[in-house]
Design a protein around this ligand. Structure first.
Ligand SMILES: NC(=O)c1ccc[n+]([C@@H]2O[C@H](COP(=O)([O-])OP(=O)(O)OC[C@H]3O[C@@H](n4cnc5c(N)ncnc54)[C@H](OP(=O)(O)O)[C@@H]3O)[C@@H](O)[C@H]2O)c1
Length: 212
């Protein structure tokens, strides 16, 4: 869902290149088709277009790549439509840009991921991943990812499902960082990456853990 934006499209491209079939979900099927046409220019043939409704109906792993400010309404709209035991993967980062300056948005539950978890039924699992990888890297397939990505979630099964899938993307090492509370740190790490990008005039800051 939200697969037509730079982050979702970049992810779909990387999944496709890794041989993992996926749908690009959109509110408008024509926008999804346009995004898939762009992905095909990278030589990817196994990514398909779908409506968000179809994604909720058919997918056991759903990446939520919509703007943070809209994520709760999307979850509310689909909470009773997601498949039983589906894993929803939250990519959202609670940042608001005020006059171009990124501001962290404090969530009452502690993080954006926990805010979304609170809106979902127990039959749907929630994980958080890809919050610290910029679209400017994901979407440029000529750039090696060459980094770690952190996965937290409300259950070991949710984390394992995400790691099994994303772990097939070359250059990406997935680290299981435990329960959803870890998203409080991950979401702030994204703000740090944004600040590093700004200070060093780059768009590619991401993370690698050493000593592991
Ligand atoms: N950009 C990055 O570098 C980056 C890095 C890490 C994490 N993230 C997170 O990833 C998410 C996506 O980022 P992005 O930059 O790709 O976002 P975006 O371009 O602003 O939005 C992505 C897609 O969300 C859908 N959308 C917009 N408003 C919506 C609404 N009211 N209801 C439902 N869907 C809506 C749109 O798809 P349709 O109109 O086709 O439905 C849009 O193409 C964000 O939460 C962001 O915090 C981004």
């Amino acid at each position: 869902m939200g697969g037509t934006g730079p982050e979702g499209r970049g992810l779909a491209t990387r999944l496709g290149l890794a041989g993992i079939p996926a749908f690009v979900g959109s509110r408008e099927i024509d926008r999804a088709r346009e995004a898939v046409a762009k992905i095909r220019t990278a030589g990817v043939t196994i990514i398909e277009a779908a409506s968000n409704d179809e994604v909720a109906d058919r997918c056991d792993l759903v990446f939520l790549a919509v703007p943070f400010a809209r994520a709760a309404e999307v979850v509310d709209a689909y909470r009773d439509r997601f498949r039983t035991r589906a894993v929803v993967v939250d990519l959202t980062v609670p940042l608001a840009f005020v006059d171009g300056v990124p501001r962290f948005v404090e969530m009452p539950e502690g993080s954006a991921a926990e805010h979304l978890r609170a809106r979902l039924p127990a039959t749907v699992r929630l994980a958080a991943a890809l919050k610290t990888i910029p679209a400017s890297v994901l979407g440029r397939v000529e750039v090696a990812l060459d980094c770690d990505e952190f996965v937290c979630g409300d259950s070991p099964q949710a984390r394992a499902a995400v790691i099994d899938t994303l772990g097939r993307i070359p250059g990406l090492r997935l680290l299981d960082v435990g329960g959803l509370e870890a998203s409080r740190s991950l979401e702030r790490m994204t703000l740090l990456a944004v600040e590093i990008n700004k200070r060093y005039k780059i768009r590619t800051a991401r993370f690698r853990v050493v000593g592991l």
